[in-house]
Design a binder for this molecule. Structure first.
Ligand SMILES: *Cc1c(COP(=O)(O)O)cnc(C)c1O
Length: 384
């Protein structure tokens, strides 16, 4: 009776509904399912951040509408964080805005710069929001395949120039979800030069910029000319185990930030100031909380990757993110079903992230070491 809009029906079907049903069925059968599907930290938000929130929530001045762009003290904390962690200098007044989680900003960006049939370059496999937000803005996603032989970086030379000329935005994401790959300076420079040449907004999603192992992930803003074309999305979600708090930010080119902010002023009314206070406490607090998180994920990564290799799988040890991207010798959906049916383990099939994700599955390292040991044992029994 109420027909959905055409743009909504153009979104790919929600594959995960089928997987959720499979999982529920197994649990009902009495199987103790180990779920590596969810990309949500199992670790709690550090105490001092929670305490800062408790104090802030009492303050009446925070009970009012916040500003659209975020409190200056929050934006200053972001600028200081970027200088400390990335060596990037930001003007807190012009080059930083708050977001209700980085997903919110990513989802709204195309509405600011994309007209009907404009092209948006999206990585495949990739975080589904780049594709979906393009469709919701009546744009046309053009897939950039992330292939193993290219280190899961897109081949920019393979993008036809007539496509590049019509493109308004290029989405990139490093350290990458789902492939767990990273981008080095050479590639970042190449991407920036490409976007400068074709006048394309380079929207970089840096959600995993601090989740690294004996490795430092670069901000794209560290590289020459980045401020001409780059908007970088970042978030406290993964860095400080704050996915539920809904706070993130965008930094970079002031004109692009202003366009996004113009959309947002018509849709939302900013981030609860008490949450911004908690975020300030996070970013100005000790970096030891970041290091501690990374030590935990690293131990899990080593356990799982070593176990998978012992069972005969071809899998890299990632330098960053809490994902392991594992090659499988059948369709990713088939493998996911087999692993669930025979080992009681749930992963995300690569096809769920796009057609070029086929042949891989993603494990999220959001389970503790005891659970991972049990999973490795089950995998050995099933495949070893
Ligand atoms: C988790 C994630 C995000 C977003 O997180 P928010 O909680 O909305 O800040 C963005 N991009 C990628 C690739 C992610 O995995």
């Amino acid at each position: 009776m109420f027909e959905l809009s055409k743009r909504l029906t153009k979104l790919p079907p929600y594959l995960f509904a089928e997987i959720d049903a499979m999982k529920a069925k197994k649990i009902k059968e009495g199987v103790k399912v180990i779920d590596f599907g969810v990309g949500d930290p199992d670790l709690p938000t550090p105490k001092h951040i929670v305490e800062a929130m408790k104090k802030a929530v009492e303050k009446e001045e925070h009970h009012k509408y916040p500003s659209y762009e975020g409190m200056l003290s929050f934006r200053q904390a972001v600028a200081n964080f970027y200088e400390r962690r990335k060596g990037v200098k930001l003007d807190a007044e012009k080059e930083v805005i708050s977001l209700i989680g980085s997903k919110e900003g990513i989802a709204h960006l195309p509405l600011a710069f994309v007209d009907r049939n404009d092209i948006v370059l999206v990585p495949d496999p990739g975080y589904p929001v780049y594709f979906a937000s393009t469709i919701l803005a009546d744009g046309k996603p053009y897939k950039m395949p992330l292939k193993k032989e290219n280190g899961f970086l897109p081949d920019l030379n393979a993008i036809p120039s007539e496509i590049a000329k019509k493109a308004k935005i290029m989405f990139l994401n490093y350290p990458n979800n789902p492939t767990a790959s990273v981008a080095e300076k050479d590639f970042i420079k190449e991407a920036i030069d490409f976007c400068v040449d074709y006048n394309i907004i380079l929207a970089h999603d840096a959600a995993y910029s601090e989740l690294t192992f004996d490795y430092r992930a670069r901000s794209f803003l560290e590289v020459d000319n980045a401020f001409d074309v780059v908007i970088e999305f970042n978030s406290l979600s993964k860095t400080y185990n704050m996915t539920g708090w809904r706070i993130g930010f965008a930094v970079g080119n002031a004109e692009i930030l202003n366009g996004l902010l113009k959309v947002k002023t018509n849709i939302d009314s900013g981030v609860f100031q008490a949450v911004q206070e908690a975020a300030i406490a996070a970013m100005t607090g000790s970096d030891e909380v970041i290091e501690k998180n990374n030590r935990i994920y690293k131990e899990r990564r080593d356990l799982l990757v070593d176990g998978l290799r012992d069972a005969g799988f071809n899998v890299e040890k990632p330098k960053a993110t809490f994902y392991v991207w594992c090659e499988v010798n059948m369709s990713s959906m088939e493998f996911t079903k087999k692993l669930l049916n025979e080992a009681g383990i749930l992963v995300t099939p690569g096809i769920g992230f796009g057609e070029y994700g086929e042949g891989f599955v993603r494990f999220a390292l959001t389970r503790d070491v005891e659970v991972i040991k049990e999973a490795v044992e089950r995998i050995r029994r099933t495949f070893g």
